[in-house]
Ligand binder design. Structure first.
Ligand SMILES: Nc1ncnc2c1ncn2[C@@H]1O[C@H](COP(=O)(O)OP(=O)(O)OP(=O)(O)O)[C@@H](O)[C@H]1O
Ligand SMILES: [Mg+2]
Length: 456
């Protein structure tokens, strides 16, 4: 394991997955790669499910893959453990070339280092909760007493203590998914891969499960790759989000970056209804303190959301102080907080006119100039991240405010997609791949386009 900490958990470069006849010719042919996914399909009969994708999954982060149905999310994540065999590109885990792994090494990767949680749980119906959870350890060859003890511990961790002897059909959907989660955790994998694990659950249970995942992540710091097509879920869980469209990543960034600086109209459309005040931290709206502002007002951490900042400023009637490690970084006033809500850059907000902010008073944290954030350059961390960015051209529409962050619209499949392809999509084959990973690991086997890398 030494040296692994210097590497990203996954490192992906120029990865392609093309399904269909003579798929391998597609990535290498510039005349084809220049075409859209629909055009490639028309020309070759092949589907480019993942197109020239590059990213790192950093140790300890929750890396979210988001996109509409058919955008390539599942294919991409299955490529990481070669449940789907990539067509071309580079893929490393902890610095080790995954594409060069032999069957034994790959099996070890799937059994010990990366565990998958699927949408349809993939539980073994005739086994008890405890035995389902212990299943991954059984495959690893762990002795019975030991694996049952470990399973018991993990069952308790996901809140299912007391239900060890039930069978899956005696559980609610949410409980079944907790079993799926516990089974993945039991093997103590380096990374958990989630493929839309909660999309079959009703909204309240879904929120419970999201909180469960967030809690587990906080407690254990385990690296997670999380697929969802639900923007609210992505924003809630993701440290970074990769937004996919037609097999390509159109933007990779923090929730704040995705929401405040969408890379193109597609992303902008995606995030249009997100309440920015729930995503953007108060540090984005900060300015240097003037007058006695350094001595009064609520004290907030820099990553407090603007929504919470508004509550504090409204309550106290004076700007709130932003502090880290006891050091004053700046203040936020109502005008700058409201600018965030309005989709403006805080520096374009009208100057604060509260009596406290006497423009003639001596500045406490850097000289007060107009625009105020210009003072940030000599104030180190007090510089608002947005200081040098141009104003966002798009203001939020009235309809967008207060509606929450809804799930993205339903599938926008390309009309030219042959129906046979839909039938070949692996969505309903999760159970096989999961519950019996060693014999049917590749759900694409039925299409004849891939071979099972484990049994082959
Ligand atoms: N085994 C396969 N053979 C042929 N085409 C496939 C196969 N698996 C997936 N595809 C196609 O690749 C594209 C990406 O599919 P994928 O399942 O990765 O999408 P997704 O983003 O996970 O969608 P969803 O949100 O519906 O799960 C789709 O056009 C799909 O039809
Ligand atoms: Mg999918």
């Amino acid at each position: 394991m030494d040296g692994h900490d210097h590497h990203p958990v996954f490192s992906v470069r120029g990865l392609w997955k093309v399904f269909g006849p003579k798929a391998a010719r597609v990535p290498g042919d510039p005349a084809l790669t220049a075409l859209s996914t629909a055009e490639i399909r028309e020309r070759t009969g092949c589907t480019a499910a993942v197109r020239d994708v590059s990213f790192d999954v950093r140790r300890g982060e929750v890396f979210v893959v988001m996109g509409l149905s058919g955008s390539g999310k599942s294919t991409l994540v299955r490529c990481l453990t070669r449940l789907v065999e990539p067509t071309s590109g580079e893929l490393a885990m902890d610095g080790e070339d995954v594409l060069a792994m032999d069957a034994t090494r790959l099996r070890e990767l799937r059994r010990h280092r990366a565990a998958m949680v699927f949408q349809h749980f993939g539980l073994l119906p005739h086994r008890t909760v405890l035995d389902n959870v212990a299943y991954g350890l059984e495959i690893q060859g762990v002795a019975k007493a030991e694996r049952r003890a470990k399973a018991r511990e993990v069952v308790a961790k996901v809140g299912l203590a007391g239900l060890e002897d039930r069978r899956p059909h005696q559980l609610s959907g949410g409980q079944q998914q907790r079993v799926g989660l516990a089974r993945a955790l039991a093997t103590d994998p380096e990374v958990l891969l989630f493929d839309e694990p909660f999309s079959a659950l009703d909204p309240l249970i879904r929120r419970d499960m999201q909180e469960e995942v967030a809690r587990l992540h906080q407690e254990e710091g385990r690296t997670m790759v999380f697929i969802t097509h639900d923007l609210a879920e992505a924003l809630k869980l993701g440290d970074r989000i990769a937004l996919m469209r037609d097999g390509a990543i159109v933007q990779l960034g923090t929730p704040e970056e995705i929401v405040t600086r969408p890379a193109d109209d597609y992303v902008r459309d995606f995030v249009r209804d997100v309440p920015r005040e729930q995503i953007v931290p108060v540090s984005r709206a900060m300015r240097p303190a003037v007058g006695d502002e350094a001595d009064r007002g609520a004290v907030l951490a820099p990553d407090t959301t603007v929504a919470d900042g508004i509550a504090a400023v409204a309550r106290d009637g004076v700007p709130a102080r932003i502090e880290a490690d006891g050091e004053l970084l700046g203040v936020v006033d109502h005008a700058r907080l409201l600018a965030v809500v309005a989709g403006l850059e805080p520096d374009h907000a009208a100057p604060d006119t509260t009596p406290e902010a006497d423009p003639d008073a001596a500045p406490q944290a850097g000289p007060r100039t107009a625009p105020p954030a210009a003072a940030g350059s000599d104030a180190g961390t007090s510089r608002p991240a947005a200081a040098s960015r141009p104003a966002r051209p798009v203001a939020r529409t009235a309809a967008g405010s207060g509606t929450g962050a809804p799930a993205v619209p339903a599938a926008r499949k390309e009309p030219s997609a042959p129906t046979a392809e839909g039938a070949a999509a692996p969505t309903n084959a999760d159970t096989n791949a999961d519950a019996d990973a060693d014999t049917k690991a590749d759900t694409n086997a039925g299409t004849g386009t891939d071979t099972d890398p484990v049994t082959a």
